[in-house]
Write a protein that binds this ligand. Structure first.
Ligand SMILES: CC(C)(COP(=O)(O)OP(=O)(O)OC[C@H]1O[C@@H](n2cnc3c(N)ncnc32)[C@H](O)[C@@H]1OP(=O)(O)O)[C@@H](O)C(=O)NCCC(=O)NCCS
Length: 178
């Protein structure tokens, strides 16, 4: 579990399924995402919960449910998925939770936690739709920089054929390191 001033990032549970289903069936969220199916069912949410915690309670989850600390109600999801020396950052918030700076707060905390527990990962990357200015602002605020514009093999749900790729180093450089 990871806590910030306003948020708790915790394992998803069956109690989160209605909130996940409602949010991911909202076009304001779904249009920007590539992975979750649309429309999104309770079975999809159950499959996500299994995928997000491959090692059960034994290891930190691949994806955290982002909740309001006061209510513990699910507001969205944030994931940091390692593969070799790279990890992909992904996230979304339900429309009512957008516009309050929550994802900058959640992503910064997730990256700090990742820096402690993922020693083999050097680079974190994220991709966004070119028109997703909010997501790009979150990434810039978290220290990412845009490194490429890439053609997509398949058009996005919004019909886009290009993604912007952002990257940053996961671990802060220590003084004296090259
Ligand atoms: C992208 C998302 C996670 C952003 O999280 P958020 O907590 O709502 O972010 P905020 O509303 O605080 O806005 C982030 C930044 O974008 C800026 N912003 C807001 N609307 C904007 C707009 N229309 N154009 C440009 N910048 C905008 C804010 O000013 C803020 O900038 P700052 O950090 O410099 O203050 C959230 O909007 C979301 O879930 N969207 C739908 C799903 C999605 O796009 N997921 C990411 C896929 S790559």
């Amino acid at each position: 579990m990871i806590e910030t001033v306003r948020l708790r990032l915790r394992r998803g549970t069956a109690a989160d399924i209605p909130d996940l289903v409602a949010a991911l069936n909202d076009w304001d969220v779904a249009q920007w995402l590539a992975r979750p199916p649309f429309p999104y069912s309770a079975d999809d949410a159950r499959a996500f919960l299994r995928w997000s915690q491959p090692d059960g309670e034994l290891a930190p989850p691949r994806a955290y449910v982002v909740t309001c600390r006061a209510t513990d109600r699910a507001l969205g999801v944030a994931s940091l998925e390692p593969e070799g020396d790279r990890a992909e950052l992904g996230y979304w918030l339900t429309p009512a939770a957008q516009g309050h700076g929550f994802m900058g707060e959640a992503a910064a905390a997730l990256l700090r936690a990742g820096s402690d527990r993922l020693p083999d990962v050097r680079t974190v990357y994220a991709t966004t739709d070119p028109e997703n200015r909010r997501s790009q602002a979150v990434l810039l605020r978290c220290g990412f920089r845009k490194v490429a514009e890439e053609a997509r093999k398949q058009p996005t749900r919004r019909g886009g054929s290009v993604v912007f790729r952002f990257e940053r180093e996961l671990h802060a450089q220590r003084p004296g390191q090259p």
